[in-house]
Design a binder for this molecule. Structure first.
Ligand SMILES: Nc1ncnc2c1ncn2[C@@H]1O[C@H](COP(=O)(O)OP(=O)(O)OP(=O)(O)O)[C@@H](O)[C@H]1O
Ligand SMILES: [Mg+2]
Length: 348
C-alpha cells in the first residue's frame, strides 16, 4: 500500500515523522498504559513473578491490529524488567545467519523485540525454535556434505514477538511463547483518557467533551486518536484560541472529513457506490474499486477492514454487500428485498 493514501484514519503508522511523535507519546510503564486491562494485568503478573524468581520471564507474543500498542508494550516489558532492549523485525531477517548473529550478540536477560514476526523466513524461524527453547543455536559451518553444525550457547533472553496476523504463525512457533496477549480495540472511555494524556504531553488545552469527541471518532485505535488530536490541535491554533472544545473538535473533524463513526471520505464513497450504483451488491471488489477510482488493494486493505468490523459491509463469496447499517449511514432508506442473507456467508 502506498504511504499517505489515507494518513488520517488509517491505523498504520504513516511516516518517519509520525513515528517520532509516536515515540514521544508512548507510555513508559504498565501503570501508564491505559486500556487492555486483561493483557496488562496478566503481563504484570508474568513480569512480577519473573522478577521475584530472578529469572528471565517466558517469551511473550503480542498480537492484534495496527496501532493498539504492541511496540509500546514491548518497550514497557524491557523497562519494567530494567533490561536492555534489542529491536528487529521479521522482514529484516533474511537469512537464518542474520538471526544467529543477533541471538549470539544478546546479553543475559536482554529483551529481544521481534516485530512482524510472521514475516520471518522459514529457516530463521526454525533457528528461533531452538533458541527459544534451549537457548542454543546451531551454526552451520561449510557447505554441502562437509557442512557441520556447531552448537552455540546463547544467554537466557526474553523474546517479545509482535504480529498483526497471529493466524499466520506456524503452530510450533506459537507454542513456544509462554504468554500470548491479544490486544483488542479500545473502548471510547479508554481512548478519551489516552487523548487527554497525549494532550497534556503536547501541552494542548482540551476539554473533556473535546477529548470524548476525538475518542469516539478514532476507530478504537490509540494511534488514530493521537493523530486526530494533532490535526484538531492545528485547527484550534489556526482558527481559534488553541483550546480544543467539543464544538471545535466537531468543526475540525468535519473539515478533515472524518465522520461521527470515524469513517472518512474513502470509506463513505465505498458505501455510497455500493448502495447507489450497485443496489447494495453483491459486487466484485475490482468493480467496486473502479467505481470509487481507487486501486483494488486500497479498497481492500485500507477501507474494508474497518467497514467490515463496524458492520457496514460484508464480504461474501459472490462479492461485497452493504448491510442495512450502511444504507442508513449514508442517509438512504434500506430497500426491501436486498440480499442481506448473503452476509451469513461472510467468508472473512
Ligand atoms: N494503551 C495505550 N495508552 C496510551 N497510548 C497508547 C496505548 N497504546 C498505544 N498507544 C499509542 O499509540 C501509538 C501506536 O502504538 P504502537 O506503536 O505501540 O502500536 P503497534 O500495535 O505496535 O502498531 P503496529 O502494528 O503498526 O506496529 C503510539 O504512539 C502509542 O503511544
Ligand atoms: Mg509496532
Amino acid at each position: 500500500m502506498e504511504d499517505n493514501v489515507r494518513p488520517l484514519v488509517s491505523a498504520d503508522a504513516v511516516d518517519l515523522e509520525e513515528r517520532k511523535i509516536e515515540s514521544a507519546l508512548r507510555p513508559r510503564t504498565l501503570a501508564e498504559f491505559g486500556g487492555q486491562r486483561r493483557v496488562s494485568e496478566q503481563l504484570e503478573l508474568v513480569l512480577h513473578a519473573a522478577r521475584g524468581r530472578n529469572r528471565t520471564p517466558d517469551h511473550v507474543l503480542l498480537s492484534g491490529p495496527p496501532g493498539l500498542g504492541k511496540t509500546t508494550l514491548a518497550m514497557i516489558i524491557a523497562s519494567e524488567l530494567s533490561a536492555p532492549l534489542r529491536i528487529t523485525s521479521g522482514p529484516a531477517i533474511q537469512h537464518a545467519g542474520d538471526l544467529a548473529a543477533i541471538l549470539s550478540g544478546l546479553s543475559e536477560g536482554e529483551v529481544l523485540f521481534l516485530d512482524e514476526i510472521h514475516r520471518m523466513s522459514r529457516p530463521a524461524e526454525e533457528l528461533l525454535y531452538m533458541a527459544m527453547e534451549d537457548f542454543r543455536v546451531d551454526v552451520i559451518v561449510g557447505k554441502g556434505p562437509g557442512a557441520t553444525a556447531i552448537p552455540l550457547e546463547i544467554p537466557p533472553f526474553t523474546l517479545v514477538g509482535a504480529t498483526t496476523r497471529a493466524g499466520l504463525l506456524p503452530g510450533p512457533l506459537r507454542d513456544r511463547f509462554g504468554f500470548t496477549g491479544h490486544l483488542e480495540f479500545y473502548e471510547a472511555a479508554e481512548l478519551e483518557k489516552i487523548a487527554n494524556r497525549s494532550a497534556a504531553l503536547l501541552d494542548v488545552d482540551i476539554t473533556p467533551e473535546g477529548a470524548a469527541e476525538i475518542a469516539s471518532r478514532s476507530r478504537g485505535t490509540p494511534r488514530i486518536a493521537n493523530r486526530l488530536l494533532r490535526r484538531v490541535r492545528d485547527y484550534a491554533e489556526v482558527r481559534a484560541d488553541g483550546i480544543i472544545t467539543l464544538a471545535l473538535s466537531k468543526a475540525a473533524l468535519e473539515l478533515y472529513e472524518v465522520d461521527k463513526m470515524g469513517l472518512d471520505r474513502l470509506d463513505r464513497s465505498v458505501l455510497d457506490a455500493l448502495c447507489r450504483r450497485f443496489g447494495g451488491g453483491p459486487v466484485g471488489l475490482s468493480t467496486l474499486a473502479v467505481a470509487v477510482g481507487e486501486e483494488r488493494e486500497t479498497v481492500e486493505e485500507v477501507a474494508e477492514p474497518f467497514l467490515v468490523r463496524s458492520g457496514y459491509l460484508a464480504r461474501t463469496p459472490r462479492g461485497r454487500v452493504a448491510t442495512p447499517a450502511a444504507w442508513r449511514h449514508i442517509g438512504l432508506k434500506v430497500p426491501k428485498g436486498a440480499t442481506f442473507a448473503d452476509t451469513l456467508f461472510d467468508e472473512d
